[in-house]
Design a protein around this ligand. Structure first.
Ligand code: ZN
Length: 126
């Protein structure tokens, strides 16, 4: 238990410092729905509640957003992405630990760009 955090990015995109950390530290803005999706997944994996909230569109963000019962996220797999103007989507599978088993959630997430920032809008779980 209590191991130091790996320097690999949870999203699988390489070193954390060169992948999602600049987004989490707001030194860089995600340019595509996929970058935002990856950085949000990594934020869930690292328990960065503020980042999850800040990247959720104001019209759909849950009032009482909390990562208290956030599972241990293991792996992200991007299946498809699409971009059309200021709208985009990412179809993904995310693997997590549930008791002694590995579980998976599959979702198509929708994103919207406002004032050159991407936000998560909503998603359809498959
Ligand atoms: Zn990453």
């Amino acid at each position: 238990m209590n191991q130091p955090m790996s320097n690999k990015c949870p999203c699988g995109g390489g070193k954390y410092t060169k992948c999602c950390q600049p987004f989490h530290q707001a030194t860089k803005l995600p340019r595509t729905p996929e970058e935002l999706m990856r950085s949000r997944y990594s934020a869930y994996a690292r328990g960065l509640e503020d980042y999850v909230r800040a990247t959720w569109h104001a019209s759909t963000v849950p009032e009482n957003l909390t990562l208290d019962d956030n599972p241990a996220w293991l792996q992200l797999q991007i299946l498809a992405t699409g971009l059309h103007g200021n709208r985009g989507y990412v179809h993904f599978k995310a693997y997590f630990q549930q008791d002694d088993e590995i579980a998976v959630m599959e979702e198509q997430s929708y994103f919207i760009r406002e004032n050159s920032r991407w936000y998560y809008l909503d998603g359809e779980v498959s």
